[in-house]
Design a protein around this ligand. Sequence first.
Ligand SMILES: [Zn+2]
Length: 307
Amino acid sequence: MKRILPLILALFLTTACAITSTIEAAPLPATEADTTSPTSVPAETSPAAAQPAETNTTLLYISGTTHIESKPQVWPDVDAFLVFLQQVTALGMKWSIGADIGWLEGEPRAAELIQASEALGVQWDVHTHSPQDRAKAAYLITQMGGHPNSVVSGMLVSEFSNIGPQTYQGFTWTPQVLWGGTNCPGHRPGCDDLAAGLWIPLSAEQYTTHNPNGQYVRVGGGTHQLKDGRMLAQSIANGQYTYPVISFTLMVAPTTLQIVESDDGIAEITAFVSEMNGYTFVRWANIEETAQAWRAAGSVPSRIEME
Ligand SMILES: [Zn+2]
């Protein structure tokens, strides 16, 4: 994470404020959330005692994501990554990728990966370590045939008040969803906010306080670990929560294609998906779709500390 020169920051602030004041934030697009909402089984087709009655209405939305950083040492092997994406999407998982500028500009096969992954249903979030690069990243994705979504995938909590639409080369990118907030730069231990669940942060200072009048939906990814996803699902099964929607994100490292800070690869992820499919309340969705489903279900804040 580069330190931002005060001058650049000041310029960015000015620009962001100017843009924010002139561009009306678009509402989250109407979604397929309806199709993933719980539907009650018609009584006449529900055999008595075939299934225990649902004792809760909490849905657990699980997403998967991978970040690609700017330095080539940690870029994924495109062929291996595509095989991985084919495998997880075949399992029914919804994945997203956030790639920083260095990869978008430097990987010769970037366009190929963007297009082939989108064909699998993978979404492209916006992940840049320099806050002012977000519109540029989104622009580069479009130039390569992709369709960047509204997710800020990774940000410093301290820059919350600067989040807003940005324009690069005439292309305006409008954020609506926040994922992966961190309290200190550089992916260092102890920095990341590892809460699960969703809410709308009030401010950088009161980031965990829900603001019903706010704009940017924070999708908490939790710890990304399979065992913690299992615990969360078990807690929901036990009726511990009353929130309509809770989020959790599996995060896989681009070089190992294993869950970050673990040795869990596709075999363990496959077992996890199979186990989660045993719960009627689990939904597979991208980060952006998770935010849309949360809004559709009434925007009830559901932040859950996992550390
Ligand atoms: Zn990063």
